[in-house]
Design a protein around this ligand. Sequence first.
Ligand code: 13P
Length: 270
Amino acid sequence: MIGRAQELIPAPSPVTGRVRLISANWKMNHNHLEAIAAMEKLYHLLRPEQFRYAELSIHPPFVDLRSLQLLFESDRMPFVLGAQNCHQEVSGAYTGEVSAPMLSKLGVGYVIVGHSERRRLFGESAELVAQKAVAVLAAGMVPIVCVGETLEEREAGATAAVIEAQLECVVAAVPLEALPKLVVAYEPVWAIGSGQAASPADASEAAAIVRGVVAKRGGEEASSKVRVQYGGSVSAGNAGMFMAAGGVDGLLVGTASLEPEGYAQLVRDA
Ligand code: 13P
């Protein structure tokens, strides 16, 4: 059990000056009761040093957010609440959608935008992803912008071009002063849920491409502040390797984040 939440502020990495960010993307898993049980378990398995090492954001389905907000507040759990998506408009006749201000009202800090599953299964374009990133920032939260190539694109040698095209749209759309706040998750599509992670060298290369795109609009100062995560078959076995990769500031974890014992192990090993 951890003591006082206010003592558990993550310190920036002494090497990069950036605060590490390890994020659990639950996708469409865990109802609100399962979410509460999972978080109670995870919290008891973690030690203060894990909360000082990195920000730990949890991205449950929308319907779990209120329950987890209350749990984190009442038990002073220093997790950061996250969402997996939002609509680009503030309000209106958009049946079934959830807006960024609604999420920020629930205490959400980070919103994933442009996950490859959203791009592929729900037809989200780079332009739409950019609008969502702008909406998230306007509501006072931080977007985690996902980028990454498919296997075909990789085999065609188009990895850099794909990352650049996906990110340039976002970088061009957000206010200049917001650029340093961006979090970009490099998630190669072929590595997601496949058990076949990219290499730490791939992740470092992608991080350099990401910072190159940011530098073109915002300069070196902004690009040195942007945080880059790696995602795609992250496990307790490889988390440390990715965290040690040059330019990588965090992880975006899917499957391995669902089960508290395994996820606590992953966070400890990161
Ligand atoms: P897996 O960790 O299951 O490969 O999923 C990665 C992911 O898509 C996180 O957003």
